[in-house]
Write a protein that binds this ligand. Structure first.
Ligand code: SAM
Length: 295
C-alpha cells in the first residue's frame, strides 16, 4: 500500500494537506473512498472482456481509486486527467513502479483518442473505457465516444464503457426511446450499445460527500442497429436536432433544420408511415433509423 490510504476520508485529507490543494467542485472532484466498491467496479469491467488483449482508457483517475486496482489487473492503462496537481500526486504516490499505467494530463473532452490508438498501435486491441465522470462532461463525452466508435474515417475501437454517474443521469442515459426521460443521448446510447445499470452507489462512498447518489452503468457496443444505418453522421444529426426541441412536432423541426420544401418532408414522413404531429419522444429507435436513412 502507499503512504496514503486513498480509500479513506482521512487519507484524502492528508494528501490534500500535504500538497496544499482542495478538491475542485468545478471538476467534480468527489473521490471514491470505498475499496469494496472499487473492486466491484473492476469486476464489472472484467466481465465485459472477451480477449486477454485488453487496453483500458480511464477518464479522470483522480487520486487513483480505480487506477490503483486496474494497474494490477490489466497490462496497459491510459488515464486522462485534467488536473495537473492530481497527475503529480498519482505519479508520486499511487502508481509508482506501475510501468503499465500511462497518465496523460489533458482535457478528456478534447483529447485525441484516435491519435493515441495510432501512436501505441492499439488497432487490434480490445479497448475498454471506464470512468467516474463529473456531471458536466458525462453527456458530451459519451456522445463523443459513440460518435467516434462508428466514424468512417478511422474508428475509436472500444467495445465497452463502464461509468459511474449521478443516479438521475444514469436513469436518463438508459431510458428507452418512447419514454418520458429519453433524450438524444439515451437514443444514441441505444443505437449503438446495450446499456445496463449495474448497481447504485451511496454518496457516502465518496469524499468530499456529493449531494446525490451515483450509479454504475455499462454499455457494450452492439453492431445490430449500426448495420441498419446508411449514414451514421446523419443519424447523430437528426437525433440531436429532433431532441433539442423534444416538445415540438417533428414536422416543424424538420422544416426548420433541413433544406427541403415542407411538402417534400411530408412525403418522406408519409412514406415512413409517420404522422407529422408526432413529437420526438413518440419515436421508436426504428423510426429514427428510417428517418436518418431518408434525409
Ligand atoms: N476516478 C476517481 C475516483 O473514482 O475517485 C476520481 C473521480 S472524480 C468524480 C472525477 C475526476 O475527473 C477528477 O479527478 C477530475 O479532476 C477529473 N476531470 C474532471 N474534468 C475532466 C476533464 N475534462 N478531463 C479529464 N479529467 C477530468
Amino acid at each position: 500500500m502507499n503512504k496514503y490510504n486513498i480509500y479513506s476520508a482521512s487519507g484524502i485529507k492528508s494528501i490534500c494537506e500535504f500538497y496544499n490543494i482542495r478538491a475542485s467542485k468545478k471538476l467534480g472532484q468527489n473521490f471514491l473512498i470505498d475499496f469494496n466498491i472499487s473492486k466491484k467496479i473492476i469486476k464489472t469491467i472484467k466481465s465485459n472482456i472477451q480477449t486477454s488483449d485488453t487496453v483500458i482508457i480511464e477518464i479522470g483517475p483522480g487520486l487513483g481509486a480505480l487506477t490503483y486496482i486496474l494497474a494490477d489487473e490489466f497490462n496497459q492503462i491510459f488515464a486522462v486527467e485534467y488536473d495537473k496537481k492530481l497527475v503529480q500526486i498519482l505519479q508520486e504516490n499511487i502508481i509508482i513502479n506501475k510501468k503499465n499505467v500511462n497518465i496523460i494530463n489533458y482535457d478528456a473532452l478534447k483529447f485525441d483518442y484516435k491519435q493515441l490508438i495510432n501512436i501505441y498501435n492499439l488497432h487490434n486491441k480490445n479497448i475498454i473505457i471506464c470512468a467516474n465522470l463529473p456531471y458536466y462532461i458525462t453527456t458530451p463525452l459519451i456522445s463523443r465516444f459513440l460518435e467516434e466508435s462508428i466514424s468512417d474515417d478511422g474508428k475509436l475501437n472500444w467495445t465497452s464503457l463502464t461509468v459511474m454517474v449521478q443516479k438521475e443521469t444514469s436513469d436518463r442515459l438508459i431510458s428507452a426511446p418512447g419514454t418520458k426521460n429519453c433524450g438524444a443521448i439515451s437514443v444514441l446510447v441505444r443505437f449503438f450499445s446495450e446499456p445496463e445499470k449495474i448497481f447504485n452507489i451511496s454518496k457516502n462512498c465518496f469524499f468530499p460527500i456529493p449531494k446525490v447518489d451515483s450509479s454504475l452503468i455499462s454499455f457494450k457496443i452492439n453492431n445490430n442497429n449500426i448495420k441498419k444505418v446508411k449514414n451514421k453522421k446523419n443519424l447523430f444529426k437528426i437525433t440531436k436536432i429532433l431532441f433539442s426541441e423534444r416538445r415540438k412536432m417533428i414536422l416543424k423541426n424538420l422544416i426548420k433544420n433541413f433544406d427541403l420544401k415542407p411538402q417534400e418532408i411530408i412525403n418522406i414522413l408519409d412514406k415512413l408511415n409517420l404522422s407529422s404531429n408526432l413529437r420526438p419522444e413518440n419515436l421508436s429507435l426504428e423510426n429514427l433509423i428510417n428517418l436518418s436513412n431518408n434525409f
